[in-house]
Design a protein around this ligand. Structure first.
Ligand code: UTP
Length: 303
């Protein structure tokens, strides 16, 4: 069985839900506390043993490539000012030379198309796929757990989690079959299902281990009515010819592609930090008390 050495990060989306910020700043570079969203996801991939990072970018995303490059002038200035800790940290998170690749998705034709754009860089081996706007918080990284499961099952794996009934139609959902190791067989997959066609409350939360066979299927797939090539449809076809498993992630997932998910992630990651927790609790407490008081007096005047 091939080791999962490469990870694909599709960062070609338009991020329209974050306009006007995303006119010039890619949504993957928006910060959760003090780190760009993309850094959290890259950290998760490296903790899972990923050796090569493949970014599928788009127009106005060049800053992502700069971010992962060495900033020699900045390093020199930090050294001259004695900012040793900051300098060490920047060097620690900088990928080793030759371990990042960038390719452009020339048109934003959907996630499936972005993944297909990575085919030459991935080659014939299995690869991890991480959606950078889905941030995870857990003791052990979601991808690390999936790589462990992969060691037992091989094949293809998607991570899933419960969603609330009102959220079910926003995501890709799966049908759950029998248990295997710490995962289970996938019986079906459907992207943004119609009412009455929801297979379960388990949605695909942005982490995948896929075999290279997905590229041949994506190559032949037509665009849907939104002019996008859907990854979920291609995975469903792949599951008919190759083993496909689900991994039930038990940590927290924040959808940073949505405004409330992004705000929630900022609060949750700040509350997890020893240097910020107490101050953040006090601040949130003040803000909430104020908001609750204002809402109550509004209800009184309305009622
Ligand atoms: P989204 O569905 O969140 O789309 O993409 P988006 O364009 O980024 O954001 P909105 O909906 O306009 O606000 C999910 C993931 O797939 C990538 C995105 O970058 C994100 O990581 N993606 C999406 C691409 O790389 N290319 C695409 O054509 C579409």
């Amino acid at each position: 069985m091939h080791k999962v050495r490469k990870a694909v990060f599709p960062v070609g989306g338009l991020g329209t839900r974050f306009l006007p910020a995303t006119k010039t700043v890619p949504k993957e570079m928006l910060t959760v506390v003090d780190k760009p969203v993309i850094q959290y996801v890259v950290d998760e991939a490296r903790a899972a043993g990923i050796e090569h990072l493949i970014f599928v970018t788009g127009r106005s995303k060049a800053v992502i490539e700069d971010y992962f490059d060495a900033q020699v002038e900045l390093y020199t200035t930090l050294a001259a000012r004695g900012k040793k800790e900051e300098l060490e940290h920047l060097k620690d998170i900088q990928p080793h030379p030759g371990t990042t690749s960038f390719t452009r998705q020339q048109q934003p034709l959907g996630l499936g198309h972005a993944v297909w754009c990575a085919r030459e860089l991935v080659g014939e081996e299995p690869f991890a796929l991480l959606l950078p706007d889905m941030l995870m918080q857990a003791k052990k990284g979601c991808l690390s757990e999936m790589v462990e499961l992969y060691g037992k099952t091989g094949g293809n794996i998607v991570s899933v989690q419960e969603c609330r009934p009102e959220e079910a139609r926003q995501y890709g959902l799966i049908g759950k079959g029998c248990s295997i190791a710490h995962g289970f067989r996938i019986t079906t997959m459907v992207e943004k299902p119609q009412k009455g066609k929801i297979p379960s409350n388990l949605y695909i939360n942005g982490r995948y281990i896929l075999q290279a066979g997905i590229f041949k299927i994506l190559e032949q797939q037509e665009c849907d009515s939104d002019n996008e090539i859907q990854l979920t449809d291609a995975m469903l076809k792949l599951s008919a010819i190759e083993p496909f498993y689900g991994f039930h992630f038990r940590g927290k997932t924040f959808d940073c592609g949505s405004k409330t998910g992004f705000i929630k992630a900022n609060v949750a990651f700040a509350l997890a930090r020893d240097d910020l927790r107490d101050q953040v609790i006090l601040t949130l407490n003040d803000l909430l008390k104020d908001a609750i008081r204002k809402r109550a007096s509004y209800m009184d005047t309305e009622g």
